[in-house]
Design a protein around this ligand. Sequence first.
Ligand SMILES: [Zn+2]
Length: 291
Amino acid sequence: MTKVLGIDIGGTHLRWGIVEDKNVLCVEKIKSKDIDDFVEYISKIALDHPEIDVISIGIPGIVNNHKIMNVPNVEKLNVYDLKDQIEERTKKLVLIHRDVRLLFAYDLERLSLEDKPYVLAFYLGTGIGNVIKVEGQIVKGRHGFSAELGHIPITGNDKICGCGKVGCAETIVSGKALLELFHSKKLSGDFSDIFIQHKNHPLIHEFIEAFARIIAIEMNILDATTLIIGGGVANMIGFPQGKLNRLLASHLRSEELIAGLNIHYVDDSPMNSMIGASLIAKEYINENSHR
Ligand SMILES: [Zn+2]
């Protein structure tokens, strides 16, 4: 049975685990900023665990065919040939994907959506994570920059995004934007209760409406109706799923889209990405062993 070293590197933490089948055998977590050299750090874990067959890594940035193109929030992870360097040291197969691909693999499996040709996923966390599957294929784009939904420009929005551009969706729809709103408008109570304490506040309505609009943009372009919605913000207590569903339906182009709308809200456990890393690795091995 394949043993996979799953590694999920986020803006703040790196989490790794050894996964066999769907069992996560051990998990550890470290602050991403405490890692000086990712090649060395990951190679050491692999060499300390010789039972591992594959190393499956998710990163918070852009990946093109397992090469790292751009990681805005973890400077030292901008190692274009990370895969080759770790493979050289460990002699193990290394796979690198965008972090949301790990979650998506896990969600497709647990929701039994693997055979659905059209699925869109929206993970609303610190930013907006998006995965597009159309005609049975995950859309990656010419350079790996597809599905950067958080960075579509929004009319009337002149905020500067972490990516350096002006007006990106993420500056108004994201956990970061919600936290800023909470502080700048001096909303009462705890941030974690914002959707309960302020459920009728016009600013919360605007936030959900903005999220609905960007989802509707993607649905109207792609004519896809099966959605996965998750991430830290969508899992906050009192998150208004019903309101989001209604607002979303109000922006859809056709009756077919509205009638077919099938939204799966998913929980947000750190184990999800570990199991997803293992699923992606097994899929890769299966595909490549038949060639
Ligand atoms: Zn941006």
